[in-house]
Design a protein. Structure first.
Length: 202
């Protein structure tokens, strides 16, 4: 079993916890209060700006075989994923430019940015976000809500291209010289942040 496959196996119970979280369940039903999603959207936007910086920091350290992968992932996150956030912000009245990081966002951002000082550690720390959202999107897309804005959010993360980007990260992680126990620690810590990130104020 590859390292990424092992981590994904360990991560499935954490994904189930996310699916049961009231915020995720509300998105799945399409009835999450707008103010809750607006708050989450602002925090996730700020986190993703740092996530782009993580890709850039890892690209600087990457072997030539994966430099293009990381540059591509930074580009897609900045231009595609953040474009979704900007579009939804207009519909939900979110203030992306005026938002400030909450405690969880600040701690999670610091975790991934600090981990990216090491190429192998950085890949293990960032993988929970990509794999977790791809997995959530695939599961939630089985029964899409009627509410078009939440439906669009789910479809973005269920898109085969997002799944393909996740597999690119998995390949890099499998090829990196990362200690399996170290990777497991960082991956599970990232998943704990992922769950905590849904605890947004109403």
């Amino acid at each position: 079993m590859s390292l990424s496959a092992r981590l994904e196996q360990l991560g499935l119970p954490h994904v189930r916890q996310q699916l049961a979280h009231p915020t995720v369940a509300g998105i799945a039903r399409g009835d999450l209060p707008e103010r809750t999603f607006r708050s989450w959207l602002e925090q996730d936007y700020l986190f993703l700006l740092d996530y782009v910086r993580v890709f850039a920091r890892l690209a600087w350290q990457a072997p030539a075989t994966h430099l293009g992968d990381l540059v591509d992932l930074a580009h897609v996150t900045y231009h595609d994923e953040l474009s979704l956030h900007r579009s939804l912000a207009a519909e939900f009245g979110a203030d992306l430019d005026g938002a400030t990081k909450g405690e969880t966002c600040a701690r999670y951002s610091a975790f991934v940015l600090d981990s990216a000082s090491s190429y192998a550690d950085g890949l293990a720390a960032l993988y929970p976000c990509m794999w977790g959202y791809s997995t959530l999107g695939a599961i939630l897309s089985r029964t899409l809500p009627a509410e078009p804005r939440y439906r669009r959010w789910i479809e973005t993360y269920a898109d085969p291209e997002f799944a393909a980007s996740t597999r690119r990260c998995a390949r890099m992680l499998d090829e990196a010289a990362v200690d399996p126990a170290r990777a497991e620690h960082l991956f599970l810590r990232g998943l704990r942040f992922e769950l905590e990130f849904w605890d947004v104020p109403a």
